[in-house]
Design a protein around this ligand. Sequence first.
Ligand code: SF4
Ligand code: SF4
Length: 152
Amino acid sequence: MNLTKEQQKRVDRLSRMTPREWDAVCKRCGICCLSKLLLKCVDVDTHKCDDRTVYLHRCCNNFDPKTRKCQIYENRLSADNCEKVDIELILAGDLLPASCGYMEYVFGPAAVPASVDFNTVRPIEDEKLEAMSWDRVQREIIPDSLFWSREK
Ligand code: SF4
Ligand code: SF4
């Protein structure tokens, strides 16, 4: 990802933060614990290919949608599906929502702040999601999902 000088400065600032300062940037929105699908979308006119992340109204089994908290926070990185939020993940561009505190710290305020009704979020095991037919994903999951993308 090409960063402007200002964005690079903010990344450098993030990388020098103490754990306490780093944690304070997180808004505790809980969106990174939602299940995601990574899609390749092709514009039929320009044939331009774009990676998009679809956030689902399904979440990691360790996430409690009522409190928006991880139930195994201290041991979360031992879970197969859990990825540490770090500089690499932030620079991957479309794995975190644009309204994530870390994304906004580097790239500025999200054009469309994420709004999730956590009352509709239900846990799902990743294996169940992976085992679903594409037809079922289209029928049951995609219409019930949030959609963000960020140009790389
Ligand atoms: S293990 Fe916890 S922090 Fe990791 S994705 Fe699941 S709920 Fe989120
Ligand atoms: S998406 Fe970003 S701000 Fe929201 S909980 Fe995850 S790391 Fe924190």
